[in-house]
Design a protein around this ligand. Sequence first.
Ligand code: NDP
Ligand code: MG
Length: 397
Amino acid sequence: MILGSTGSIGTQAIDVIRRNPDRFRVVGLAAGGSRVDVLAAQVLDLRPEVVAVAKGSVAEDLQLALYAAAQKRGYSSGEYRLPRLLAGPGTIAEAAAWPCDIVLNGIEGAAGLASTLAALDAGRTLALANKESLIIGGPLVKQRAKPGQIIAVDSEHSALAQCMRAGTRGELRRLVVTASGGPFRGRSRAELQDVTPEQALAHPTWSMGPLITVNSATLVNKGLEVIEAHLLYDVPFESIEVMVHPQSAIHSMVEFTDGSTIAQVSPPDMRLPIAMALAWPDRVPDAAPGVDWTRAHTWEFFPLDNEAFPAVLLAREVGAAGGTAPAVYNGANEECVAAFLRGTLAFPAIVDTVARVVSEHTNDSGSPAPAGGGLTLADVLAADEWARTRARELTSG
Ligand code: NDP
Ligand code: MG
C-alpha cells in the first residue's frame, strides 16, 4: 500500500516496485488529490485493488482521469475494470488499514498521522517516510508499534539501522546524523535575510517535495530527524550528533564503544533506503547505483552552525520536553513554510516564529503539554491546531 503515491517518495517507490515485479505487488494507492492525472496513470500501470484520495471533491475528476487514461491506452469501454475508489479525508486511514503486508507512508507533513496509527493498529509493517507522524505522535505511535513494525525510509535513519547491524546494542556509543547543510550552508544569519523561495527550493543534493526541501534549507528537517532517531532507536539526545557533510554520500554513522565508526555510503538516491525499507532486512539488488570508485571524491565534514541555523537546538529542546512540544514545533513550522513560500515571511523568521510559538506553548498560554504516558491523540491534534493558528497570527501581519 503506497500512501502519497504521487509525491517524490511515492513515485520513487513505484520505480523500485516496477523493477522488481517478482518481489512486490501494489495493493493500493493513496494521495491528496492534487495530481489526479498522475494518480490515474499509476492505477493503469499497477492495477491496485483500491485507490484513495483525501480531497473528496476530486472523486469525479479521478474517475474521469481513469477513463481517459484507459482510453489513451486503447481499452474499449467496459474492458477496463475500475479499482475500488475511496474519496474524502478519512479514507486515507482506511487505505492504510487495507489488507496488505507493508504500508509505505509517503504523505507530506502532519496529515500522515492518522494513517501511521491506522497501519500500526491493523498490524501492517510500516515503511515510514512520513517522519512528522512519528515525531508529533511520539509515545502514541511508539506504544502502538510492536518491535520492528516501523522501518525507517528516511535516508539517515536507514543508514543508522544498517550501521547498527555492525555491533550489539550494548556496544553502541552514539549516532552521527549527517546533514547536507542545504543550499545556504556557510551563510551567516544576516546573509539569510533575503533568500527567496526559489533559492530555498533548489536543494544541492536531493530532489524532494517542497516542504521537506525548505525544511532542509532551514535545518528544521535535521531537527525533526534528531527527534526521529531518538524515537526510533531509543538513543538519548545527548548521544545523537549532527555533522554537516555537503556531498550527501555518507548518510549517517554509528560509533561503537571501542572507538570504531561505521558509515553507510551511497550516492544520494532515495530508491536505496526505500527499497531497504520495503525488503528489510534484505537488500534489493540494483535498487540504486553504487559509488563510482574510478573517479576522485572529496568528502567534507563541518560542525553545525547553530547561530545561523538554530532549528536543531530547538528540536533537541522540544524533543526532550516531549508531550505536545514536538507537535507544536512541527505544526508551527508547516504554517511558517507555507507563509515563506507565499512570500509573506522572511527565511530566518521561519525558525524564529517556530521558536516563539514553542516558547508560548511551554509557558502554557496554549494547550497543555503532558509529557510521557498521558499524551492522547486529542492532545496532539489540539496542539497541532493551536500551533498553526498561533503561527498564522504571527505571520499574517
Ligand atoms: P511530496 O510533496 O513530493 O509528496 C507528498 C505526497 O503526499 C503526495 O502524493 C500528496 O498527494 C500526498 N498528500 C498530501 N496531503 C495528503 C493527505 N492529506 N492525505 C493523503 N495524501 C496526501 O513529498 P515527499 O515525497 O518529498 O515527502 C513525503 C514524506 O517523506 C514527508 O514526510 C518527507 O519528510 C518524507 N521524506 C521525503 C524524502 C524525499 O526524498 N522526498 C526523504 C526523506 C523523507 P498529491 O500529489 O495529491 O498532493
Ligand atoms: Mg533525511
